[in-house]
Design a protein around this ligand. Structure first.
Ligand code: DQA
Length: 144
């Protein structure tokens, strides 16, 4: 059966390409996604973005027992949301946390993540390439 990976982007990430391009680059996420899809013909990539914490929780609940992995960039909710951390613990799919910017080189409030301990690993500061690397890892890993 074809593997399925859920990519979740949280608040303000719908503005990628327009938002602070010096930090986040000038490419929209949908455009990036189109370029990586052909690299993973054996994976069904499912993409969800929301600015609303509850909608992110609902999507993790809805698909987190069925997909083979979750790539999550929860944006600023990373630094605030115990609920998202609990949701990642609740579901069976392994998750990888991604941040486009190097959060450790930025304000100290970005240094702590509630999600990291619930994820297999974390990729920060490698730009959009971080998503691709996370997908590659989840495809390799047999754990669910
Ligand atoms: C981010 C880093 C967060 O601190 C910030 O709130 C974001 C984007 C990143 O991808 O670098 O919205 O998650």
């Amino acid at each position: 059966m074809m593997k399925q990976i859920l990519i979740i982007n949280g608040p303000n990430l719908n503005l990628l390409g327009k938002r602070e391009p010096a930090i986040y680059g000038s490419r929209s996420f949908v455009d990036y996604l189109k370029t990586i899809e052909p690299l993973f013909p054996e994976v069904q990539l499912r993409y969800f973005q929301s600015n609303h914490e509850g909608e992110l929780l609902d999507k993790i609940h809805e698909l987190g027992f069925d997909v083979d992995g979750i790539v999550i960039n929860a944006g600023a909710f990373t630094h605030t949301s115990i609920a998202l951390a609990d949701a990642l613990s609740a579901v069976s799919a392994p998750a990888v946390e991604v941040h486009i910017s190097n959060v450790h080189a930025r304000e100290s409030f970005r240094h702590h993540s509630y999600l990291s301990a619930k994820c297999k690993g974390v990729i920060v500061g490698l730009g959009l390439t971080g998503y691709e690397l996370a997908i590659r890892y989840l495809m390799m890993s047999d754990e669910r």
